[in-house]
Ligand binder design. Structure first.
Ligand code: PRP
Length: 177
């Protein structure tokens, strides 16, 4: 049985060029805010991986890369509402300048959970950089400090974002019809 996704179901929302241009702008903003600071760049697995590897290479500031896993969507388009920690960061964050990199803030539940978890580790500062932000979907009072694009309520895939594990490898972001 063929299980590959049908790309005809994906309508392009943000092209590869638009995304790369914005990633460069975000990297510049981070460089100007974090120069001479000891930075821990935290990648939230799995969706943020593609954004993370692009932006840390676009930044001139040296960063220590760490990874943390959370999941709440499973194979569904709606969040289960329950955020699970699948992989904790082992490196001590106390006294460090931590930047959390997210692919998307949708209901805000994941970020709300993460901020509570990370604040307890007493970083020197804690900021959030998200490629995508859905302000009209929020269920928790959170916002990114650095935001790539504000988008509507559509279910989006590509550039790290998946549906049932597929589409993460697309270089663009599209709406799944
Ligand atoms: C996605 C995404 C964010 C979160 C945002 O992760 O990567 O972390 O959902 O949604 P929220 O604001 O409604 O919490 P997901 O749980 O799908 O896991 P994945 O990154 O492994 O795909």
């Amino acid at each position: 049985m063929k299980t590959n996704p049908n790309l005809e179901n994906v309508k392009v929302l943000l092209t590869e060029e638009q995304i790369q241009k914005r990633v460069g702008e975000l990297a510049q903003a981070l460089d100007s805010d974090y120069q001479d600071k000891e930075v821990v760049a935290l990648c939230v697995l799995k969706g943020s991986v593609v954004f993370f590897v692009d932006i840390i290479r676009a930044m001139k500031t040296p960063v220590r890369c760490e990874f943390l896993g959370v999941a709440s969507y499973g194979d569904e388009k709606q969040s289960s509402g329950e955020v699970k920690l699948t992989h904790d960061v082992k490196f001590p964050l106390s006294g460090k300048h931590v930047i959390v990199f997210e692919d998307i803030i949708d209901s805000g539940r994941t970020l709300n959970y993460l901020l509570n978890l990370l604040k307890a580790r007493e970083p020197a500062s804690l900021k959030v950089c998200s490629l995508l932000f859905k302000p009209n979907s929020l269920k928790k009072k959170v916002r990114p400090d650095y935001c790539g694009f504000e988008i509507g309520n559509e279910f989006v895939v590509g550039y790290g974002l998946d549906h049932a594990g597929w589409y993460r490898d697309l270089p663009y972001v599209g709406v799944l019809k």
